[in-house]
Design a protein around this ligand. Structure first.
Ligand SMILES: [Zn+2]
Length: 86
């Protein structure tokens, strides 16, 4: 019966262990941080449901004088986040 030396096993597993560390690190970076989740929750509270009223230059008169307005961009971002969760 052949026996595996601990040193051989260690050197054989080292590249795998390194890859697992890399994968774990990548997964950690893609998870929303507590601050990110708090910012998204705050954004949900702040966005206005009132529809945009655009002037003849397509600038929003309801929220921010912008094109598209910051409220609309925030709503679009939240809708994209919701779509990604489903
Ligand atoms: Zn608007």
């Amino acid at each position: 019966m052949s026996s595996i030396k601990a040193a051989d096993l260690h050197s054989a597993l080292q590249p795998v262990a390194y890859r697992l560390d890399t994968i774990a690190e990548a997964l950690k970076q893609h998870q929303p941080s507590d601050q990110g989740a708090a910012a998204i929750a705050l954004l949900r509270e702040l966005v206005d449901d009132e529809p945009c009223r655009l002037d003849h230059n397509a600038f929003c008169q309801t929220h921010y004088y912008d094109h598209p307005c910051a409220n609309e961009r925030a709503r679009t971002l939240l809708a994209q986040l919701d779509a990604n969760e489903n």
